[in-house]
Design a protein around this ligand. Structure first.
Ligand SMILES: NC(=O)c1ccc[n+]([C@@H]2O[C@H](COP(=O)([O-])OP(=O)(O)OC[C@H]3O[C@@H](n4cnc5c(N)ncnc54)[C@H](OP(=O)(O)O)[C@@H]3O)[C@@H](O)[C@H]2O)c1
Length: 321
């Protein structure tokens, strides 16, 4: 049984978890109260070099015994959602984390859910449906928990537009208002939430909704990319039925993601949810936790594109199988 840990951060090697870890490190004076977790031991070594004094625990969502061992004597657990797009496998991983957290007696779990549907559980976006399954598992587990519904990442705009640095045409099968938020600031706000006494949190349905302070549409984002590059992107609005075929051909071009027609067909549920306004709710909580206005999404998109241009173009992982 390891040393007691006040804050354990899974996905500490990731964008979101990395920002949670950095914020905790800067706000907790006794660094031995913090532990980073990863499925890769070499990551532990690197993180302990970058954050002297923290502990490390190896855990793998696919390995229940590693989870039970790593979650021993943990008071507050940041549980990052798995990056797998295969919902069945991802649900299984998440179920294993929840079971292990119960078995290990974790004090409070902060799960990185998604902001589709605001405080409701009616969003039909397939990606949100997967998060709702985990929220239900947490609710039924008896664990003390908070579902941190993280806003849609501004940083991930290339995925929402299917934009690559050499793209000249954006195909949209729908559009809608989205309260985009930057991944770094979401991590920072999540950590600030973890620093508060969980018993003092007055949250509706255990949900902490973290969003930007206003909405923008995908069209706004396309125009921001055009502004930043100085090259006007053409927007082609295409019927929903044709979108998966068109996009699978586009995505098969060299250097792109190679995603299947089925992937783009399932993506439609997300676009339709955006059109219904599922990602439009704006909540002041993120600004309150940060102690400042969250970063403006359009300004941030322009920054990312301009900074990326010096490094061969801003990209975001898009090769989902
Ligand atoms: N809100 C949004 O717009 C949005 C957009 C994209 C994704 N997401 C979701 O938010 C999560 C965090 O985003 P991100 O950009 O920070 O993701 P990311 O950089 O891809 O990191 C995912 C993390 O998951 C960990 N992980 C993967 N497989 C694991 C396993 N078997 N056991 C334990 N840990 C495992 C990885 O840690 P190790 O490899 O070190 O173990 C990694 O740190 C994603 O995983 C995804 O579910 C949200």
């Amino acid at each position: 049984m390891g040393n007691p840990i006040k804050y354990l951060v899974t996905g500490a090697s990731s964008g979101l978890g990395g920002s949670v870890l950095a914020t905790l490190y800067n706000n907790v004076s006794d660094h031995s109260q913090i532990a980073a977790a990863s499925s890769r031991p070499e990551v532990g070594f690197q993180l302990q070099q970058s954050y002297p004094g923290i502990q490390f625990r190896k855990l793998d969502y696919n390995d229940p015994s590693s989870l039970v061992e790593a979650l021993q004597r943990v008071e507050r657990l940041f549980f990052v959602s798995s990056p797998l797009v295969d919902t069945e496998k991802r649900n299984k991983q998440h179920e294993q984390v929840v079971i292990a957290a119960v078995e290990a007696g974790v004090g409070h779990v902060y799960y990185s859910s998604l902001a589709f549907g605001g405080y409701g559980s009616e969003s039909t976006a397939s990606v949100q449906q997967a998060h709702l399954v985990t929220e239900k598992l947490l609710e039924n587990s008896g664990l003390s928990y908070t579902s941190v519904r993280e806003g849609v990442y501004t940083d991930a705009f290339p995925v929402f537009l299917f934009w690559y640095p050499n793209t000249t045409t954006i195909y949209l099968s729908g559009d809608g208002p989205v309260a985009f938020a930057s991944r770094d600031e979401l991590g920072e706000a999540t950590a600030k939430l973890m620093l508060r006494d969980p018993a003092s949190l007055r949250l509706k349905n255990h949900i902490a909704l973290l969003t930007g302070s206003r909405t923008y549409t995908l069209t706004d984002v396309v125009n921001a990319v055009s502004d930043a590059t100085g090259k006007k992107l053409e927007i082609k609005r295409v019927p929903k039925e044709e979108f998966p075929r068109i996009m699978s051909v586009e995505d098969a071009l060299e250097g792109r993601g190679g995603k299947s027609e089925a992937f783009f067909a399932s993506w439609q549920s997300l676009v339709e949810s955006m059109e219904k306004g599922d990602a439009a709710m704006v909540d002041p909580l993120m600004g309150e936790l940060l102690g400042r206005e969250p970063r403006d999404a359009i300004e941030y998109v322009k920054e990312l594109v301009k900074e990326g241009a010096d490094k061969g173009g801003y990209t975001w992982h898009q090769n989902y199988s």
